[in-house]
Structures are given as C-alpha cells and as structure tokens.
Design a protein. Structure first.
Length: 328
C-alpha cells in the first residue's frame, strides 16, 4: 500500500475549527497535534477553539477554515437551508456516534421523569444542540408544552441553580461538570440523555470543505488517519492526553477536564452504536432517519441530500479504524 503521506504534498496547511473551547474533549484533536501525527502525514494543522457547531459549519462554508468539528444536525440544517451555497461542508468522519445532548434538572425540583417536564421552564442558549433537537425528545417522551428561557452559555447552569429555570439542555458531560464546579453534587442532578430516551441522533462529526475534498482528497484522508491514531491513544490514556489541552489553555482545571474527557468518551465515542457501526463510520439507514427528523424539527427549506452531507470514501482503512475503540 502506498504511504498516505507520500500522496500528500509536504506540509499541506489545514486550518481546523473546533466546536467549543479547549476543554477535555478537545484532546481528541490537540493530542495527535502535540504528538506530531499530523506532521507525519505531511500536514501542517492549526487547531482553533470555537463557539458552537453552527460557527464551525459557517466558517468552513466561508472558506476561512478547511475542516472543522460540528454537530451533524447543524451541518444538515445549514446545507438544506443554503442550497445555493457554493461551499457547503461535508461530513467525512463520525466522532460522536450518539448525540451528547441531554436535559438536566436538580433533583430537589422533583422532576424524575421526562414527562414531568411538561409545562416547565427550560433554559439554554438559542443555538444549543439539545434545545434545537428538543422537539424530538418531547415527541419521544409525550411532552406537549414547555416554556423556554434564553441565556448566554456561561449563565446556563447558574440560572438552573438559582431556580430561574426548572431544567436546562446541554451536553451531558459539559453541564454536569459545570454544575459541580458551582458546588452541586452529581448525585443531586437528574440527567435525561437523549440517546437513552428515544433520540438516536448522531452527534459531532469532522467536516471538510468540498473544495479541499476535490482539490486534495489525500490530505483529508491523511488528517483522518492521524486523528484516528491520536484517538486510540486518548482512549487508552486520557490522563496523558489532557496535557495537550492544558498546553493550549493553561488555566483549565486539569482533573476536571480529564473527567470531562472520560465522560465524553464513555457517553458518545465508545458506545454500543459506535462499536456496531465501526469508529468513524455510520449506518446509512440511520443517517436517512436522522435526516428526516432534522427536516421535520428544523423545518428546512429544502430536503436534505444525503450525498451532500456525508462522504465516507475518504476514511482511513478499516484495519486502522477497527483498532481505535477498546473492547468493552
């Protein structure tokens, strides 16, 4: 087999946009960068922090970034609502096989089942993935009405603690640990993870510019190869991997971010669905179902064209991908 790095022009620059800040899960990208795996594949990769999946999608679409990390539903929505966009990003690898979206409530509110959210006041930023997909959660759990309060991300958990809202939506591993840093014990929080309550959306995927895919497909495969090698090590040794995140943001709480990373790996990366479908890959029937749900909930202008949102032809060999997730 021809070495991938030989097929890629030496040190091809790749600007990569994360979905969020340099927190625990960012180690999936900062670790392979710190270990030099991208450089070994002939790539000069720059990993930048983000401010949400929507931002990652639009920045790749604008051409300011070559690749990014974003929620698949956000990608689908953008592509379906911008059918004439000249540079619609494409998902090239699944990383979060299940959505990390969840509803969280403090146990003292008495909310013990999803049905008890009926008529309650929920809070989240308007762009939050869990809030956007809440109609699917509501439909699956027979919830007909809730009231929404909008806030900036840093205020979400604080407003829950103050009682300004009865529950919040967010990534389970992010909001739960954010509550802990504010003095709330994990055992005092009720977490309704979407995948456990009937919502089988895919979560975050690696996206690429169609221009990059067309002009240098080998660079995309090289990126995914280096990334996969890094993820395998992150899975095996999160404690070491988190040091690469600290190198990017020296102010992080290392033990807390290591916990956040481990929670993310367990909740959305090394899942039963991921082991069944294979790391990085997806099930076409499930993808079609997700697309229908996104069209319905987000009321997209155009139907979602599956071939425009997913391209699995640039993935590394299965021999590598099949070694990434440890057996359970």
């Amino acid at each position: 087999m021809v070495c991938l790095s030989a097929a890629v022009q030496a040190q091809t620059p790749i600007k990569f946009q994360l979905d969020w800040r340099f927190e625990g899960p960012a180690a999936l990208f900062t670790h392979p960068a710190a270990k030099g795996y991208f450089k070994q594949e002939g790539l000069d990769v720059t990993v930048d922090s983000g401010n949400g999946s929507g931002g990652a999608v639009t920045r790749v679409a604008s051409g300011s970034y070559d690749m990014g990390f974003a929620d698949l539903a956000a990608l689908m929505e953008f592509n379906a609502n911008n059918p004439d966009a000249p540079n619609k990003p494409v998902a090239v690898m699944v990383v979060y096989n299940n959505t990390p979206a969840a509803v969280l409530a403090l146990k003292k509110t008495g909310i013990a089942t999803p049905q008890e959210l009926e008529g309650k006041k929920l809070g989240a930023p308007v762009f939050d993935a869990g809030r956007r997909a809440f109609p699917l959660f509501a439909q699956a759990n027979s919830i007909s009405k809730v009231e929404w309060t909008t806030m900036d991300p840093p205020l979400r958990e604080t407003m829950l603690m103050r009682g300004d809202v009865d529950a919040i939506t967010g990534f389970s591993f992010t909001s739960l640990l954010n509550l802990e840093t504010r003095g709330i014990k994990a055992e005092d929080v009720t977490v309704f993870s979407y995948p456990d309550y009937g919502v089988k959306l895919y979560g975050n995927v690696i996206i690429a510019s169609p221009e990059l895919i067309k002009s240098n497909p080998a660079a995309v495969t090289a990126f995914l190869t280096a990334f996969s090698k890094g993820v395998k090590e992150v899975m095996a040794d999160p404690k070491t991997a988190i040091e690469s995140v600290k190198a990017r943001d020296g102010l992080i709480n290392v033990p807390m971010e290591e916990r956040r990373l481990v929670m993310a790996l367990d909740a959305v990366v090394n899942t039963a669905d991921a082991r069944k479908e294979g790391f990085g890959r997806l099930d076409k029937e499930r993808l079609a179902q997700v697309a229908k749900q996104v069209e319905q909930v987000f009321e997209t202008k155009q139907p979602i064209v599956l071939d425009e949102v997913w391209n699995g032809s640039l993935l590394p060999d299965a021999a590598l991908l099949d070694t990434v997730l440890p057996a359970r």
